[in-house]
Design a protein around this ligand. Structure first.
Ligand code: HAM
Length: 410
């Protein structure tokens, strides 16, 4: 039979990798829970409109990267490409706006994008994300950004840079879009064809282009950051000041473009020098119109998501620490007594394993050593030979004395 492989752009999480992931999850929950963030998990798939309305019809994600399918009854469903629109859908559906605001939520889930796979870019990947809904105070912007900076630091991500910008309000942005589109039309002959085709649909994405001709045009383009109204400019200045007060360094980058259309005001991205082309470890921003676009009451919101694979790559996480094993139970012949001792050991809270491969007594002791067991118990008739694997000391005791003997020594 030919071998079947996992689909391109997907990966298995093997036991030896699970520990490093669990560590990031622990770092995140230990920081986020005391800060008032409660865990939320939404379904793996949603009605496709959650994303067309939420993320935006004109984005690459919606246009090219969604795994959509018919539910069998003519309704279109989509494997979630991101978490913010689903969380806002859930916020509306569960009437969370009636809770004391802001409502603070976090998630650690897998997401799906039909992207071209490369190092750090997958078709199924994991994101840790947070969303704070109900407040437009700049302190919330700063809070979320500081939390991500802390998680990255505690996870050991090196060479971190934070870029920050503001997209202002929808009106400012609409007027700016027109201004930018007019500028791009004026310089159409110097733009890459792909950019030229999208001038009307999404002129802002021209800032993302890697084409040298386009980049030269963009160097002279008008900047949205220079067009902010007084309120948005003051909000942005406040966020910058708060980050400064918290000791988080950032660079203002007026060309920062995010691949999702729901953003308003603050946007940001963390990159790491330890990563290659896909250097973004996490990013996010404010989305003050999203809840309303999904049928809820006007509700400001802000959040971010960070890729778990990218955090681990940037932290240089390779092997995991060995699991603790208190006791390895060996035997020859009938294993019923050994099994009963194993069950008793586990019931007593010890981490224990037993011999299952009919190894020789010597082989069993070797296996105990490989697993890093603290004690090796060899059952022989009514007695147990208990070996302290640290000291090599051995004693022969009765079955009933085994658990206490191990517990006392630990
Ligand atoms: P995003 O920038 O599309 O934002 O994704 C956030 C992070 O997810 C990226 O910085 C990257 O680390 C990781 N990521 C994205 N795509 C892939 C991929 N194909 N393979 C591996 N990792 C990937 C969002 O998704 C927004 N929902 C963030 C947000 C939350 N904005 C407000 N609240």
């Amino acid at each position: 039979m030919s071998r079947v492989s996992a689909p391109r752009g997907t990966f298995d999480i093997l036991p030896e990798q699970a520990a490093a992931r669990a560590r990031v999850e622990r770092i995140a929950s230990e920081l986020l829970e005391p800060a008032g963030y409660g865990r939320i998990e939404t379904p793996t798939f949603e009605s496709t409109d959650v994303f067309t309305r939420g993320v935006g019809e004109a984005t690459d994600i919606v246009q090219k990267e969604m795994y959509s399918f018919d539910d069998g009854g003519g309704r279109s469903l989509t494997l979630r490409p991101e978490g913010t629109a689903p969380v806002c859908r859930a916020y509306v559906e569960h009437g969370m706006h009636k809770q004391p605001l802001p409502v603070r939520l976090y998630y650690l889930s897998s997401f799906f994008r039909a992207e071209r796979p490369q190092a750090g870019r997958y078709r199924q990947f994991w994101q840790l994300g947070i969303e704070a809904l109900g407040s437009d105070a700049p302190e919330v912007d700063a809070e979320t950004i500081v939390l991500l900076a802390t998680i990255l630091e505690r996870s050991g991500v090196s060479g971190v840079r934070l870029r920050l910008s503001s997209l202002g309000s929808p009106d400012t942005r609409a007027a700016y879009r027109e201004e930018l589109a007019a500028y791009l039309r004026e310089h159409a002959d110097r733009l890459a064809p792909a950019v030229r085709d999208r001038v009307e649909l999404n002129p802002l994405r021209a800032f993302d282009s890697t084409d040298p001709g386009t980049q030269a045009v963009m160097a002279g383009a008008p900047m949205l950051l220079e067009r902010l109204n007084a309120e948005d400019a003051a909000h942005f200045a406040a966020v910058r000041n708060l980050l400064d007060r918290a000791g988080v360094a950032c660079e203002v980058d007026p060309t920062l473009v995010r691949g999702l259309d729901y953003y308003t005001r603050t946007v940001f991205e963390f990159t790491s020098d330890a990563l290659g082309a896909q250097s973004g470890v996490g990013g996010g921003g404010r989305y003050d119109g999203l809840v309303e676009a999904l049928g809820g009451p006007p509700t400001p919101g802000i959040g971010w998501a960070a890729g778990i694979e990218r955090i681990l790559m940037a932290a240089g996480e390779t092997s995991a620490e060995q699991r603790r094993l208190d006791l390895y139970v060996g035997f020859e012949g009938n294993g019923a007594d050994a099994f009963a001792l194993l069950a008793a050991a586990r019931a007593a809270g010890l981490s224990a394993q037993m011999e299952l491969m009919a190894r020789s007594p010597k082989g069993q002791q070797k296996q105990a050593e490989r697993l890093g067991a603290r004690f090796f118990a060899r059952v022989e008739g009514d007695m147990v030979h208990l070996r302290d694997m640290n000291t090599g000391a051995e004693q022969t005791i009765e079955h009933e004395a085994l658990i206490e003997g191990v517990r006392a020594a630990l």
